[in-house]
Design a protein around this ligand. Structure first.
Ligand code: XIL
Length: 312
């Protein structure tokens, strides 16, 4: 049977899956991801806590493990993520900053990390989760000290460090009107100012049977800003253990998301946040939920996997 990556390639998009360092040492997971996924993203290894654990001391050991896995399997890589309020190094979160000092810290971080991975990643999630669900700006460490300007400053620093990599802003709940509208308005405004934003990532952390009717229309709204769009962290969680009804509904929900991407000419790809239910962030964060991915915990294809293949 055709792999998801080959089916996506034939449609001119990628199919990817995130992997983490403790996953690629599992031979079943590694074989599955390497076979089915034409692109990957380190689940954690490129986050600030991992890449600059101490101010000015950069560490790429974990990220390089993922890059070696990607190279061995001929996979492209998305870089994730440069500026995010979560999984920051404690020295950033707990630091005493002014606008000027935190801006210098943020620009130095971006300059080093983007420079190090120049030519090795095709995308960067430059800014992650900048919005609240109501479309207002999330009151993060960066927003508190720098204000909204942290976003264009971050994109300009990333562009200066790598003129070729595509620069994305990434968030969740972009299937919903309030956040999608805020995102589209921000990207339109910043692009009019010449800020180098190349894409919008829609994470796609969804719940079986609860997709809003606006999945496709809001992806199209994001694309109407003129930048690329991508589904970056798709998973569709269910109460565990997943029922037969939910397995079928999950397949239908994956179809909805894949079709939303295929309906937009500037949608460049679809990536799931993991590939097998054996390794997923969902159960530890959403109590009682899981089974969110296309392959089950025994690395066997679920109805969702067949639905993705059929839609592609
Ligand atoms: C998750 C990782 O998968 C977990 O291992 C980690 O403990 C928490 O972060 N949105 C994002 C991702 O942008 O970076 C998050 O990844 C999931 C939600």
């Amino acid at each position: 049977t055709a792999t998801l990556r080959s089916l996506a390639d034939a449609r001119g998009i990628y199919f990817g899956c995130a992997v983490d360092n403790d996953e690629i040492t599992n031979s079943s997971l590694a074989a599955l991801a390497g076979t089915q996924c034409g692109l990957t993203t380190p689940g954690n290894a490129m986050k600030w806590f991992a890449t600059e654990p101490t101010q000015g001391v950069f560490s790429y050991t974990l990220a390089n493990e993922i890059l070696a896995f990607a190279t061995a399997n001929n996979m492209k890589v998305r870089g994730h993520t440069l500026v995010w309020y979560s999984q920051l190094a404690p020295w950033v979160t707990d630091g005493v900053w002014t606008n000027e000092t935190l801006t210098a810290v943020m620009v130095n971080h971006i300059t080093n990390v983007v420079g190090y991975f120049k030519g090795k990643v095709i995308h960067w999630d430059v800014v992650n989760e900048a919005f609240n669900d109501d479309g207002t700006f999330r009151n993060t460490t960066f927003y508190q000290h720098i204000g909204e300007a942290y976003i264009p400053i971050a994109f300009n620093a990333a562009r200066a460090a790598d003129p070729d990599v595509k620069l994305f802003i990434n968030d969740y709940n972009l299937e919903y009107d309030a956040k999608a509208t805020a995102m589209a308005n921000l990207v339109t405004k910043l692009r009019a100012q010449g800020v180098p934003i190349d894409g919008i990532g829609s994470q796609g952390h969804l719940v079986v049977g609860s997709l809003p009717s606006t999945v496709a229309s809001n992806l199209a709204l994001l694309a109407s800003t003129g930048v690329e769009v991508a589904i970056t962290e798709l998973d569709i969680r269910a109460p565990t253990p997943i029922s037969a009804t939910d397995l079928a509904q999950q397949a239908a929900d994956y179809t909805t998301v894949v079709n939303a991407c295929l309906a937009v000419s500037s949608c460049v790809g679809i990536e799931t946040w993991g590939i097998s239910d054996a390794f997923s962030w969902i159960p530890s964060v959403f109590s009682g939920y899981g089974d969110a991915l296309p392959y089950d915990a025994d690395f066997q294809p679920k109805a969702a996997r067949e639905a993705i293949a059929a839609a592609l």
